[in-house]
Design a protein around this ligand. Structure first.
Ligand SMILES: Nc1nc2c(ncn2[C@@H]2O[C@H](COP(=O)(O)OP(=O)(O)OP(=O)(O)O)[C@@H](O)[C@H]2O)c(=O)[nH]1
Ligand SMILES: [Mg+2]
Length: 206
């Protein structure tokens, strides 16, 4: 898949903005704890600095829509797991985006810092995605920060927790934006998921 057009479309700050917005294209959304590298990964995928990156927690405050190839969106979501005054509003916004309004998610990318053990907030989201039958994958980020062996051990523990809780094991990837590792596999996955999504839209016998 070639990315030939990248355009910032809009920031959604309020759940009511969903209902009247006309953006009909399907979406890949990026979720995860604050600072895990969501905005960085979007920039790496499109090879352009479109999303705001910062070492400070909570740098993405709104739901940002980037239109790619005039056909689908990359959605940069605010992170969870940090304490700011506006935290609850932000959580509500993300929750509504994921579980109330949306039927256009091709796949949700759940980003996990590869150095961390499973966090309650991540696990709860995985369960909720399962319960709501939202297609998702896991991206283990910042793999440049530790040895391969340690990263693989962490990932293995993570996957085992999912398995032991009788949840289905999602597709997962390792990435390092710093070392420019992992883009190809993610792009391939996006391509596959888009074609599955399109097939589902075709009504049989029509
Ligand atoms: N070493 C390393 N640092 C990274 C990597 N990806 C992101 N970072 C750094 O992690 C910090 C947070 O990155 P962001 O992309 O802003 O994280 P975010 O998940 O969008 O954060 P919020 O918007 O607060 O939810 C920045 O300082 C990035 O430079 C990576 O692969 N390796
Ligand atoms: Mg961000």
């Amino acid at each position: 898949m070639k990315i030939f057009s990248v355009k910032f479309k809009k920031s959604v700050v309020d759940i009511n903005q969903y209902s009247n917005h006309r953006y009909i294209f399907p979406e890949y959304a990026f979720a995860g704890r604050s600072n895990v590298g969501k905005s960085s990964l979007i920039n790496y995928i499109v090879n352009k600095k479109i999303a705001n990156v910062s070492s400070h927690l909570g740098s993405t405050r709104y739901i940002n829509y980037f239109l790619i190839n005039r056909k689908w969106y990359l959605i940069d979501l605010p992170g969870y797991g940090y304490s700011l005054r506006k935290k609850n509003d932000i959580q509500k916004l993300v929750n509504n985006y994921l579980f109330v309004k949306n039927n256009k998610i091709i796949s949700l990318f759940l980003l996990i810092d590869s150095r961390m053990f499973i966090q309650e907030s991540d696990f709860n989201l995985i369960k909720k995605l399962n319960d709501n039958k939202i297609n998702f994958c896991i991206v283990f980020t910042k793999i440049d920060k530790m040895s391969n062996l340690t990263i693989d051990k962490n990932i293995c523990r993570y996957i085992n927790v999912i398995k032991n809780n009788k949840l289905s094991i999602p597709t997962w990837f390792k990435v390092s934006v710093k070392k420019k590792y992992g883009r190809k596999n993610i792009i391939r996955y996006m391509e596959e998921q888009l074609s599955i999504y399109k097939q589902k839209l075709i009504i049989p016998n029509s």
